[in-house]
Design a protein around this ligand. Structure first.
Ligand code: IPM
Ligand code: MG
Length: 370
């Protein structure tokens, strides 16, 4: 029996409801597998701004650093939308990513067979399913580059004064590019041995460096067939041939945008988990791809499956419990196959609609039956 310390950051909106569900599933995993999970709840995001005027209190980052893995719900909401950048709930996310060194963000966009008709794409495009892994660089690029605003004394061609100017710098070092590309190539090896490196090398110097580094490390992964794709084309190909795409590796900003597009293709963002990983042996952070959904917070109807699937990724990637992870994923599929749905993923009137708690109980029941 091993004891694992899980740092739980419920956050805002539906975050507390869905993390509660995932912790209940982990408790069941603990009981069945004989491991012990110790949960430590800490605050970040809007609730932390309300309580201590700081989106990421230092105790939260410390607790996260000292854990075996971090489970995060979601942060943010309209209440905090008008605060300046460093005081916004999102600053907590960036602080956790940087503070924990989580440079690799893995976002899976899987179209579950039972939910195929939820995809906004035509049946002939998605009939063979969609299973795309987006590997997004998470601690560099424009998200963390120098930024600022300054008055400009220049004028436009017609003489109009420019007024204020703002800038955000995209900067990447070879070492940062190399470590994320290695994650991309390694995941490609575990899947279909195909990798798409997405960039904007026809314009950006950073992208040209990504290409150089790709060519430098590709010989270490001779079995992986890789190609470069411009980000504008990639956003088109995701719609045209989603079923043919497998692993994409890209920069922080492009990954942010493409992962939302890929999520939308599955039609069920409430189902998509993610993992953010740093150096081996350091705690990873696991969270649903969906946000805090303040409009449905507290109503007991939020879909807990993305967070439960994130807990499965946590079991696999941070705790080395792959068998238990697979069982949790199997339990989720079994519940879907049984026609049980939360309201956001219901497609037919034959579905049995469940609330957050009932859905969680169904998954636990299915897991214990395996
Ligand atoms: C995401 C989100 C965040 C990001 C925001 C909330 C800062 O969109 O995790 O994709 O842009 O990284
Ligand atoms: Mg995003």
């Amino acid at each position: 029996m091993t004891k694992f310390n899980i740092c739980v950051i419920p956050g805002d909106g539906i975050g507390p409801e869905v993390t509660k569900s995932a912790c209940e599933v982990l408790e069941a995993v603990g009981k069945k597998s004989g491991h012990e999970f110790v949960f430590q709840d800490v605050i970040a995001g809007g609730c932390a701004i309300d309580q201590c005027d700081d989106p990421l209190p230092s105790e939260t980052l410390e607790a996260a650093k000292n854990s075996d893995a971090v489970l995060l719900g979601a942060v943010g909401g309209p209440k905090w939308d008008n605060l300046p950048g460093k005081k916004r709930p999102e600053a907590a996310l960036l602080g956790l990513r940087k503070g924990l060194g989580l440079f690799a963000n893995l976002r899976l966009a899987v179209l579950f067979p039972e939910l195929r008709s939820a995809s906004p794409l035509r049946e002939d495009i998605v009939k063979d399913g969609v299973d795309i892994m987006i590997v997004r660089e998470l601690t560099g690029g424009i998200y963390f580059g120098e930024r600022g605003t300054a008055p400009s004394d220049g004028v436009l061609e017609d003489g109009t004064p420019k007024g204020m100017e703002a800038y955000d710098v995209e900067r990447y070092s070879e070492a940062e590019i190399e470590r994320i590309l290695k994650v991309g190539f390694t995941i490609a090896m575990q899947r279909k041995k195909r990798l798409i490196v997405v960039d904007k090398a026809n314009i950006l110097e950073t992208s040209r460096l990504w290409r150089k580094v790709t060519e430098k490390i590709a010989p270490s992964f001779p079995e992986v067939a890789y190609e470069f794709m411009y980000v504008d084309n990639a956003s088109m190909q995701l719609l045209r041939q989603a079923a043919q795409m497998d692993v994409i590796v890209t920069s922080n900003m492009f990954g942010d945008i493409l992962s939302d597009e890929a999520g939308m293709i599955t039609g069920s963002i409430g189902m998509l988990p993610s993992a953010s990983l740093g150096e081996p042996g350091k705690p990873g952070m696991y969270e649903p791809v969906h946000g805090s959904a303040p409009d449905i917070a507290g109503k007991g109807i939020a879909n807990p499956l993305a967070t439960i699937l994130s807990a499965a990724m946590l079991l696999r990637s941070s705790l080395g419990l792959s068998d238990e992870a697979a069982k949790v994923e199997q339990a989720v599929r079994a519940v879907l196959a049984g026609g049980y749905r939360t309201v956001d993923i219901s497609l037919s009137k034959d579905d049995t609609i469940l609330g957050t708690k009932e859905m969680t109980d169904k998954v636990i029941e299915a897991y214990l039956d395996l």
